[in-house]
Design a protein around this ligand. Structure first.
Ligand code: MLT
Length: 328
């Protein structure tokens, strides 16, 4: 009788321990390739960051990081897909400012960026460049401003859809000049840049991660950069703020996310791989070529990404609502 009671007590204790410690996470994680979902077209800025990181992270994870491009609705289709994926550490998301701006652009969003995700860490900050097709007449930022104001009805501006940073930048540019241009959305700035190269569109605001090689090759016209100050790698290019657009600043930040409920052990493992990747000499050199700044270590944490995302939602919400731009 005594031993039956003791067995019952031991069983109850075992159940209690299992309940408070949560499901047992396999020590072998990751036991198969990890998918990193990119919300925009292959070959574009987000994809370039993801692939550079993926190769480096694979080294410490001991598994391949497979890049999957899920396109559409300014990136929100991919975000929703990852929000609903199994929280097992095998489906992750890389995204930029769109994770914050979509909350104001879309009145009915099928996910909540502050409650449906686990946060892994921030990655790199990237400036944007304002580009024109090669044969666009203006030769400088100041000439462009006059030209756009005089020809607003016939100028078109490409972007990657509502929620994309190219859209945000283009929206601020039009607002600063008090013009309304025809916007042409693509499923990423990779196809948008192709359209600019092909002369089908006139202007595009896009990240240096994709535009540097075209600027160097002279296949596009560079008018300005979207950071407050000029950037080291393009010292002759004025900032839009400097060219008279007071306060104009769009810096593209990137974060890595997992579905809510992904075990902390998996988050920590991916975070360790992210930190190692951001110290990898090959990544540092590549990011330098692309004018992308690896974020300081203090930003490479789940907590820092979460609070940064909240601050970006708070920052852009009023700007977007004031502009009255909605996707739905
Ligand atoms: C892309 O990867 O195509 C871009 O990040 C899209 C954008 O946000 O402009």
């Amino acid at each position: 009788m005594k031993s039956t009671r003791r067995n019952l007590l031991l069983t109850a204790m075992a159940i209690w321990c299992a309940v408070i410690s949560g499901p047992v996470w396999p020590q072998t994680y990751p036991a198969k390739p990890i998918t990193l979902v990119v919300p925009f077209a292959a070959g574009g800025p987000t994809d370039i960051v993801a692939r550079t990181l993926g190769v480096a992270m694979s080294k410490s994870l001991g598994q391949t990081v497979v890049i999957e491009n899920k396109l559409g609705a300014g990136g929100t289709i991919a975000v929703n897909y990852v929000a609903k994926a199994a929280p097992e550490g095998y489906t992750l998301l890389i995204h930029h400012n769109g994770m914050a701006t979509a909350t104001a652009l879309y009145r009915k969003l099928p996910y909540n960026p502050m409650t449906d995700f686990e946060y892994i860490g921030q990655v790199v900050d990237v400036p944007m460049t304002l580009l024109g097709r090669k044969d666009l007449p203006p030769k400088s930022m100041l000439e462009l401003i006059t030209y756009v104001k005089a020809n607003a009805k016939s100028i078109n501006l490409a972007n990657a859809g509502l929620g994309a940073v190219s859209h945000l930048c283009g929206m601020l540019f039009q607002k600063a000049l008090g013009v309304e241009l025809t916007t042409v959305p693509y499923q990423g700035t990779a196809p948008a840049l192709n359209a600019l190269l092909g002369g089908q569109v006139d202007l595009l605001c896009d990240q240096t991660t994709q535009t540097m090689s075209h600027i160097k090759a002279g296949t596009v016209k560079l008018y300005g950069v979207t950071t407050q100050e000029r950037i080291k790698v393009l010292p002759d290019s004025p900032s839009l703020a400097e060219a008279g657009m007071k306060g104009f600043e769009v810096k593209v930040w990137h974060g890595i996310y997992a579905p809510k409920g992904t075990p902390r052990a998996a988050i920590d493992k991916v975070n360790t791989a992210l930190r190692a990747a951001l110290k990898d000499p090959a990544v540092i050199v590549r990011m330098g070529e692309l004018a992308a700044d690896v974020v300081p270590e203090s930003k490479q944490t789940p907590e820092a990404l979460r609070s940064w995302l909240q601050s970006e939602i708070d920052k852009w919400g009023p700007v977007i609502r004031a502009a009255g731009v909605y996707a739905d």
